[in-house]
Design a protein around this ligand. Structure first.
Ligand SMILES: C[S@@+](CC[C@H](N)C(=O)[O-])C[C@H]1O[C@@H](n2cnc3c(N)ncnc32)[C@H](O)[C@@H]1O
Length: 382
């Protein structure tokens, strides 16, 4: 891993000091607490320290950062939902990153929503988003509003989150002698390390029913993650969606694949300067931490939140159903066509983002079919 410049190494060191102090005061730290600190500790965490950059010069590139085609295809789905809802309708984007998706959606939609709300926990990223959308015509830009918490008044609309669920802090566990052990963060020989301890009641209560219903028993040594806050988070972000759809796009699997015995090291991924690795203790605060999403858990949480599971497919299935490939036929310039083809390949090929990323649609009082899920539904796999 490349050594960061001294001022960044110092920032990471200050975050480590805070983590170590908390461990010294409270004992070993649950991994979800560690992940929350590594990503969001005020002034120091990865998403809030002002260093984070999206795109080719940052640590990773998300689908909307690849070009405008992702947003254009998604805009078709949103237009369809918007038409079915009585205007005015609201779009709530969670975790808008650099703001490119907001900008490109507002530019691409035939009938943009009356309000485009952005719920972004990072003050630094809000500023980046404000710069990104500054060039929109005032009639579009003025629809955007940054909010600190989900709206409390009921609304008709869409909740949208691209690569946000993977950033929710997860707990880590290991199976040993058929028992669940929690992997918690400790200081061993002056280094942060994961060490096993008896699983908390909350972890056991959430995991036991999952493990018991898996098609394969989990072998000893199997390690993985579970997001204990998923249900509470989903309830909060969809609470006032009176009528409409929530769309979650992220990398993940249905549960049987997520906890497949072959995936015995779990799904945690760390990104540091375009290098993916698996050690969550490398440069905390300078490294993005995320875990794949258990989409079956999302569907279960949705049902518990009184939402219908309205669609589930791969990102390729979703974008191709919404006509992403048509963009190539619409341009004459050969160079432009090649660029668009390359973008479509990155978004839809199985070895790129096409199969690893999935799209989940949850609906409340909304029964119209959703075009993005019609031709390649994978609902049966959840
Ligand atoms: C990997 S980035 C994705 C950014 C953007 N959606 C994209 O696709 O480029 C994760 C984003 O989610 C935000 N985020 C993290 N946790 C969140 C939460 N609990 N609620 C809302 N946003 C969150 C981060 O601050 C960041 O903007």
């Amino acid at each position: 891993m490349p050594q960061p410049p001294p001022e960044l190494a110092d920032l990471s060191q200050r975050l480590c000091t805070r983590i170590v102090e908390e461990i010294e005061n409270d004992g070993s730290m649950p991994f979800d607490r560690y992940m929350a600190m590594a990503l969001y500790e005020p002034g120091l965490g990865y998403y809030v320290n002002g260093l984070h950059k999206f795109g080719s010069s940052g640590d990773f590139v998300t689908a909307p950062e690849q070009g405008k085609l992702f947003a254009r295809a998604l805009a078709r789905q949103l237009d369809e939902i918007g038409e079915a809802l009585a205007p005015p309708w609201t779009l709530l984007e969670l975790g808008a990153g650099s703001g490119v998706l907001a900008r490109d959606l507002l530019e691409s939609m035939r009938k943009p929503p009356a309000r485009y709300l952005i719920l972004e926990p990072s003050a630094v990223l809000r500023e980046v988003q404000q710069e990104t959308v500054a060039g929109l015509p005032p009639g579009l830009r003025d629809r955007i509003e940054w909010i600190d918490r989900p709206p409390t008044e009921s609304y008709s609309g869409v909740v949208l989150a691209n690569e946000v669920v993977d950033a929710l802090p997860v707990s880590r566990f290991r199976i040993e002698n058929g028992q669940v052990l929690e992997l918690a963060v400790n200081v061993v020989d002056d280094r942060l390390e994961l060490t096993p301890r008896t699983g908390s009641e909350r972890l056991n209560a959430a995991l036991q029913p999952v493990i018991q219903r898996l098609p394969h028993p989990l072998p000893d040594g199997f390690e993985s993650e579970i997001c204990l806050d998923l249900h509470g988070w989903l309830a909060t972000v969809t609470e006032s969606l009176e009528r409409g759809v929530a769309l979650f796009i992220d990398y993940g699997y249905p549960r049987a694949e997520y906890y497949h015995p072959d995936r015995s090291g779990g799904t945690l991924v760390c990104h540091y300067r375009h290098r993916a690795h698996f050690d969550p203790f490398v440069w905390p605060g300078l490294t993005d931490l995320s875990a794949f999403v258990d989409f079956t858990a999302c569907a279960e949480a949705a049902v518990a939140c009184n939402l219908d599971v309205a669609g589930y497919t791969s990102q390729a299935g979703f974008l191709l159903s919404l006509g992403i490939a048509e963009a190539v036929g619409e341009v004459d310039d050969e160079y432009e066509r090649l660029k668009l083809s390359a973008e479509i390949k990155r978004l839809t090929l199985p070895g790129e983002m096409g199969e690893k990323f999935k799209v989940l649609a949850l609906a409340h009082d909304f029964e119209q079919p959703l075009s993005g899920f019609e031709s390649m539904s994978q609902l049966h796999r959840l």
